[in-house]
Each structure stands twice: as C-alpha cells, then as structure tokens.
Design a protein around this ligand. Structure first.
Ligand code: ADP
Ligand code: MG
Ligand code: MG
Length: 880
C-alpha cells in the first residue's frame, strides 16, 4: 500500500512495476508539488497474490487500506461514508504499461441515499450531487456489477425526450432524483438484489472489479497484441474525487504537451466545461479546444480554455512545461478544474504516431532535453514501418465526400465494413478493409487491428478510436459528423451519397478526409527528421545492414533506404520469369550433362545480365549471391502444355520428358535434392552461375573503375567436403574466366549455415569458406524440425499453451537456434579469425533478433528492402 498526497508520497515515478504507471506518476506529481488529489495505490503484487490465491486478498490488506484512507480523509477534511461531509473517491486501474480503455475506472464512489444529501448540502448544489450519484450508479453497475450501460443510457434518453430536453445539462435535480430511482430499479430487476448503499462494500466491490478486469477478454487481447505478460498484473488507485461537474467554473480535460499526430511543439488538447471524467473522450458532447491556435486550426467557433478560463489555463501551461521538462518526454495529461482550481489526475508518456515520435525525438535532442542516443533509443524501430509506406498522391483526382478529424495519419483504402468481427474476417481473407463505426469501444480492438483504417462519425482527437489507431499505426479519421451510419441497412450516407458495406473508400488520416474509391499513392519522404535520426543511428551502430534483393527495383529501393550491400541474392527467383523457365526446365529434364549444358548456355547471358545490373546499382558495395538452392521439384512442368513447350525448345520427346519429370518428383523436397546437393550432382549448373557472376563482376569493375567483390554463397552445406568440392569448382571457373577476359576481380566463397550439422562443424567448414551467412529460416526449420509452410496449423495452440512466446519464424529463437548461431560463430572464428558473419533469414529485419546478432558478434544483418531502415535503427539500439 503506497499513499500519495500533499504531505509526501511513498512512491516515485520509477516504481511503475509495483505501482503501475498511473500510481507511480501520481506519486511523482505530488512529489513535484503539483496539485494532485490525495489517494493510495494497492500494488501489482496484490494483483498477483489475488490470482495466485483463488481471488482473495492478503489478510492485512483491509486494515492497510483503512489506514491509508484515513490519511486521505485528514488531508481532505472529509470522511468516507460520512452523512455530513462525505469523501468520495475514484477507483482507478493502472497497469505497468498503459492500456488505454482496457481497465475500467469508477468515479464518485461512496455515494448513497445518505451521503448524497450531505454532498448536496456541503456543495450547496443539489443538482450536482444527484448528477454525480446517477453517474456513480451507472458506472458502478456497468463496471462492477456487470449491468449493461445501455439500460441506463436508454432510460436517460427516454427521460430527456419526455421532458423535451436536448442536453444532459437541462436535467434538474428532481429529474436526476427520479432517474436514480429508475436506475436502482433496473439494477434490482437485472440482478435480483439491490444496488449496494454501503460505501465500504462499494469500495471493495470496485477494487475487486479492477483486479478482475485484468483477466477480461479486452485486456487479454490488448496484452496479446502488445506482448504484455499476464504476470505483470495491475495496481489499483483509490483517489479523492475532485469535481469538474460542479458548474461553469468547473471543467475536465485531456492534453498532450506536443501534438501526438505530427509531433509539432504545440500544446494540444480538449476540454469540457461542467463535465466529468470520460465525458471528453466518450464523444457525448463535442469538446472545446484548449488553445486559441487549436481552435482556429480546426475551424471551431466554441471558445477555447485559453479564452474561457485564462487563469487556470495559464497554470495548466506552467504545469505541462514542468512535466515535460521533468519527464523529458511528451506527456499525455488528464486534469480537472473544480471551482476555478486546477487538479492533475494523470500524466504519462504520450502515445504518438511514428511521424510524431520522430519529430519529438529529433526536436527534443536539438532542444538539448535529451541526447542523440536517447533520441535513437526512443523510437520503436518497428514503428518506422508506418513512415516508409506510400501516402496519397496529391495530384491524383479524388472525390472527398466527408471531413472529420485527422486522428491518425496515413492513407488507407479498403472495403467498408461496419463491425469488428466482419473486419477481422475479411482481412483474414486477404482484403483491405476500412472499419466504419459511429464510435469505437474496447470491444472493437481486434477489428481495428485487422483494418487498414478506421472511420468514426463521433468522437474527438482523444476518442478511443483516435488513441488506439495511433497506437496501432492505423490510419484514422474520427468525428466525421456528416457521416450517417445505418448498421441495420449496412450502409452509410453523406448527403445524397450512399456507401454500402463492401464498397471501397479511401481515408486520409493526416487530413481527416474520406474519399470514394481507391486513390493512388506516392512514395514517402525520407529526408528531414527521418534523415536526421537515421544519421544519428548510423553513427551509433556497429552492425552493417544489407538487403535481400534480386531485382533491380528491390536493390534500388534498398539503397535509397540505406542498404550497405546485398546479403542475399536468391538466383532461383531469376529463373521463374516466362522467358527463362522453359530453358530451366530443359536443363532439369535433360538426361545428360550435354543436354544440360545446352540449356545452361541459353541461361548464361541472362544470368550475367542480372548480375551486371545488380553490381551497377550496388556500385562496389558487397553483393552475396547464393547459387541455386530450391529443389528441382519446384521447377518441374505441371501441365501437358508446359511439357510440350519444353519439348519444342529442346527437341526432346514429350513422353520421355513427362517420365523424367515424374521421376524427379520428391515427397519431401524441403529435405530433398536441393542446395549444394544440386551442385554436387549437376556441377554444370553452379559452373554456369559462377561464370555469370564473375564475368559480370569483371565487366562492371571495368565500367565503374572500381572493383566489385562478389561473395559466392553455397547453400545447404552440411559437411566440409561438400564445400571443398564446390569451392574448387568456383575457383577453377574463376581461373578460366580471368584468363579469357584478361582481367581479375577479388571474390569470396562462403556458405550458408542453415543445418545444425553445419553449425556444429563450423570450425572445419570455415577452413574452406571465407564467410558464413546464417540462413535462419531453414536453420529454424531444421533445428525445430518444423516446416515453416505447415506451422500455421499449430502455431496458435503453441502460443496459447505458452510453448512459443513468439512465432520462431518471425523472431529468432535465441535459446535454441541462437545457441547454434553462437556455436557456429565461435567455431568458425577458431579456424578463420577474420571470417565474415551475417544473417540473411527473415530475422535479419526483426529488432529483437538484430539485438541478438549484435550480442553474438555478427558483422551484418540482411533483410528485405522495406525493413532496411528498421534494421539500421534496431542495430543502433542494439549497440547502445
Ligand atoms: P483511464 O486509465 O481509462 O485513463 P482513469 O483512471 O484515468 O482511466 O480515469 C478516467 C478519468 O476519470 C480521468 O481522466 C479523470 O477525468 C476521471 N477521474 C479519475 N479519478 C478522478 C478523481 N479522483 N477526481 C476526478 N476525476 C477523476
Ligand atoms: Mg478508461
Ligand atoms: Mg486516464
């Protein structure tokens, strides 16, 4: 139990594991002397205890809570449950990592038929007291007792209609009183027992509900999506209430110290006068802007807080500056104004888009608030992905049908769906979807995740949809008020335009625009803050970053993203194009070496041409070319037509060809006639490839006036002898080429380490090979004995059962596969100290795997072009 308040707090900001983020920061803010209503935090350890002990509490907890509550009573000069001067509290969840909207908060706890009268007398405002009471009954019933909130909302709407009211603010004290009777009747009807009037019972009910919500479906989904372990648990904060709903000198609001969408250094937020808690984010009333600038930028006519409450606003500005200086990061703050006095209710590092994260990190480093290293450490490498993808082409024609708030940037096109389940279903079927909702709630998380973008009709920049979309990197337009959604008909209308489910729209979350159809996109801008931060990252990192590429387009893209060479050029990809596949098939299906040579002679100039263009693009940077790897099986002709084509090209008999093709059929091709085994049985294939590479290298070296040093890589080696035979083949071919051309280039011959035997025998293999590239896709398959293509069927149950934390094909299994990598690195170096070591599996672009590569002492990682910037940043972070 940790108290916080004016007379000192027991906690600090760095105790978030124990106190949760909210509790730790409430303690820190009161330590800073900021106006925080006093309270207490029940630690995450209690949550762990609760679940380990059949949902019960440690024996001493109740007494400790009473004691801490007594301190709060003293500071507030009020008593919990008192008939005259009742203290009300909020009960707030707070996990270590912020989980917006996941856990539920109960406000105004402690109200009963007795205390509500005390509150009315003390405040001199009966309407306020009963308004608070009805809010409490609704929230408590929903969160703690599990009575659906729509019962209450419908009742309130009906009552307003009867009275001819439009706004909640028109409800009088008597209206609320009679509504409260109705609410209590609803609870009794639904539960068969009355609403609890005893404040202590309410308090423990709420505390248990917070702990209980840690295991609700929404929370579990969020944890799964964000890799938050269930063991962390949540803390519970019990805090004295302050009231933003006591009149027009009261308000509640949320703000960011900088713009969370763009990162611009401007105070950014929303507030509502005479309102409480989540009113701002719930989208019930349209919130007002905090600043005049914000109001103008959004074309709003409602007065800003700056105009309406200038003194409190000025105080808020001082507080936010203080908080940003103190935490040295952009803060997301929640505050309430009670009768002209400011209270801080929360601060945390604000969620932001990738673009905002970049700008804030670069700006703060330039302001001297943080170092370059801190700026680099702060950007989630994975999130850069959002910035590397196209945005709407400003020149493309577009038909804007509606405008909303630019809640989360990025352009997205997709078919319209109206439910989260439908979004998930269609996305799984490979479609791009845009989820369109009146507003979103935590139940929609899975659909938001599956969608390319989210459009809501209601809700501000801090609405659930906006916050979650920014966190997930989904495009979002919120509060598009002219969009009328009809779930029943499965359509929305804007004016006289109707859009039905399944039709395509485009949203621009950076501008807040909604467009009909699919609007074309353009490439992202990689200069500016992006360039600055990447330059800092490049200064820090020691791992080189290469790319996996075989086409000129991929190679060029990768270079613009900063690739320092090619780590894997898969030559088989070059064989599949229409003009080559026939020659490839002819080669495979020939029954003697002469037939194969004839076919290979056709392929040689094409292969050479491929390498010439790659070497030109890479302009002297290293290029690793892997000789043919896949089982021949994969190239076999399937149809009679395909066989006839090969027969025509080779002059071979179609029937013989068909017989040969079926003889080459393999039952387990992944472990079949592939990799260096092809080179051993059909040396002329590798000979042709080595020749193509070396001839191209000689040609481009002359052209560039600079040596191109190809790295020739032999795949699927398990023994020293395999590599020895094939290395000799390459060396002999090189000698011939150099003699013919009268010119030489340097070249390396090395191997992929993708079989456990190769890793174990690395010392011997390194005597022959000059580099190792860890082919961790195959190494993962062969170490686990799991086929990547077939793992989908059981991967989910493996994750659920806690056997895999992560898909081992996405993030390297550091314990097992990683151990083989370390063994191979160590043994390889024992016989060849200067051996070059790299990784070229899918893992080369995964930040956690890159961190491992750094620690294992590799020289470079190689990944797909779009992941190159992510890898550069992750490599820098790994070096910090
Ligand atoms: P969340 O984790 O969803 O942000 P909070 O615990 O922060 O939930 O509560 C939501 C809102 O309820 C706060 O932003 C604040 O407006 C209001 N609130 C919470 N505690 C208090 C309190 N003690 N006094 C007044 N308002 C409160
Ligand atoms: Mg909430
Ligand atoms: Mg909050």
């Amino acid at each position: 139990m940790y108290s916080f308040g004016r007379n000192g707090s027991e906690g600090t900001a760095d105790m978030r594991n124990l106190l949760g983020g909210k509790g730790a920061n409430l303690a820190e803010m009161s330590n800073l002397g900021l106006p925080v209503p006093p309270g207490l935090t029940i630690t995450t350890e209690v949550c762990t205890y609760y679940y380990a002990n059949g949902q019960s509490y440690p024996a001493e907890l109740e007494a400790q809570v009473s004691e801490a509550l007594a301190k709060v009573e003293t500071e507030m000069g009020m008593r919990f449950g008192d008939a005259e001067n009742p203290l009300l509290v909020s009960v707030r969840s707070g996990a270590r990592a912020s989980m917006p909207g996941m856990m539920d908060t109960v406000l105004n706890l402690g109200l009963s038929p007795v205390t509500v009268e005390g509150l009315a007398r003390r405040s001199g405002d009966e309407r306020f007291a009963y308004d608070s009471y009805r809010r409490f009954i609704q929230m408590y019933s929903d969160v703690v007792l599990g009575v659906d909130h729509s019962f209450f909302e419908d009742r309130l709407e009906a009552r307003k209609e009867e009275r001819g009211y439009h706004l909640d603010t028109e409800m009088t004290a008597d209206d609320w009183k009679s509504l409260i009777d109705d609410y209590k009747a609803i609870v009794e009807r639904e539960l068969g027992r009355p609403f609890p009037d005893d404040p202590r019972e309410q308090l423990w009910g709420a505390i248990s509900a917070v702990f209980g919500s840690w295991m609700n479906q929404r929370a579990k989904t969020y944890r799964r999506l964000h890799n938050i372990p269930a063991e962390w648990g949540t803390a519970v904060n019990v805090q004295a209430m302050v009231f933003g709903n006591m009149g027009d000198d009261c308000a509640t609001g949320v703000a960011f110290t900088r713009n969370p969408s763009t990162g611009v250094k401007e105070f950014y937020g929303e507030f509502l006068v005479n309102a409480q808690g989540e009113d701002v984010v719930a989208g019930i009333r349209t919130p007002q802007h905090l600043t005049v600038a914000g109001k103008q930028a959004n074309g709003s006519s409602d007065p800003s807080m700056e105009e309406e409450m200038p003194e409190v606003f000025a105080e808020l500005v001082t507080v936010k500056d203080r908080l940003e200086q103190h935490y040295r990061d952009m803060q997301d703050i929640e505050f309430t104004v009670q009768q002209g006095r400011l209270y801080m209710l929360q601060t945390r590092n604000g969620k932001r888009t990738a673009a905002a994260a970049l700008k804030i990190a670069v700006d703060m480093a330039e302001e001297g608030l943080i170092t370059h290293e801190q700026a680099v450490a702060r950007i989630e490498a994975q999130a850069l992905d959002q910035l590397l993808h196209p945005t709407l082409d400003p020149k493309a024609p577009k038909q804007v049908i509606a405008k909303g708030l630019p809640a989360s940037p990025g352009a997205a096109s997709g078919v319209v769906v109206f439910t989260a389940d439908e979004a998930e279903k269609r996305a799984q079927g490979g479609e791009d979807v845009i989820l369109v909702r009146i507003e979103t709630s935590p139940e929609d998380i899975h659909g938001m995740h599956a969608a390319r973008g989210i459009l809501t009709a209601r809700g501000g920049m801090t609405s659930h949809a906006a916050v979650v979309a920014r966190g997930m990197g989904r495009a979002c337009v919120s509060g598009a008020g002219t969009v009328r959604i009809d779930y029943a008909k499965g359509q929305f209308t804007v004016g006289d335009v109707t859009v039905k489910a399944g039709e395509t729209i485009t949203i621009d979350g950076g501008k807040g625009e909604v467009m009909l159809g699919r609007v074309p996109t353009i490439k992202p801008d990689l200069s500016g803050d992006f360039g600055t931060l990447m330059a800092w990252a490049d200064e820090i990192r020691t791992l080189k970053v290469r790319t996996n590429a075989e086409t000129p387009l991929d190679a060029e893209t990768a270079r613009t993203f900063g690739a320092e060479g090619i780590g894997l050029c898969r030559t088989e990809h070059m064989f599949f194009s229409d003009d080559r596949i026939i020659a490839v098939r002819q080669m495979i299906l020939s029954d003697d070496a002469d037939g194969r040579r004839a076919a290979l002679a056709k392929l040689l100039p094409m292969q050479r041409g491929d390498f010439v263009s790659l070497f030109r693009i890479m302009a002297g940077l290293p290029v690793t070319v892997r000789l043919l790897d896949p089982p021949l099986h994969e190239f076999l002709p399937h149809s009679e037509k395909e066989i006839a084509e090969v027969a025509a090209a080779s002059g071979m008999d179609a029937q013989k060809l068909a017989a040969r093709a079926s003889a080459l059929h393999e039952s387990n091709p992944m472990l079949g006639h592939r990799g260096c085994r092809l080179g051993i049985s059909y040396p002329e294939i590798y000979e042709m490839q080595a020749r193509a590479i070396l001839e191209a290298a000689v040609e481009v070296s002359a052209e560039l006036g600079q040596t191109v040093t190809p790295e020739i890589m032999i795949p699927l080696v398990a023994t020293r002898r395999e590599l020895e035979i094939l290395r000799k083949l390459v060396d002999d071919t090189a000698a011939k080429v150099f003699a013919e051309k009268g010119a030489k280039v340097e070249y390396l011959v090395g191997t992929m380490i993708e079989l456990p035997r190769a890793a174990l025998q690395a010392a011997k293999i390194a005597e022959v090979g000059e580099f190792f590239s860890f082919g961790t896709n195959d190494l993962t398959q062969t170490t686990f004995g799991i086929s990547r293509d077939d793992s989908g069927a059981f991967l989910d149950s493996y994750r659920e059962a806690g056997i895999f934390d992560q898909d081992p094909f996405v993030s390297l299994d550091q314990d097992g596969v990683g151990e083989l990598v370390k063994i191979a690195a160590e043994r390889g170096r024992s016989t060849r100290p200067d051996i070059k070591l790299g990784i070229c599996g899918e893992h080369g672009g995964d930040p956690a795997s890159i961190d491992f590569c750094q620690r294992a002492g590799l020289d470079y990682v190689s990944c797909s072009p779009y992941r190159v910037p992510i890898a550069r940043l992750a490599a820098a972070q790994a070096a910090l």
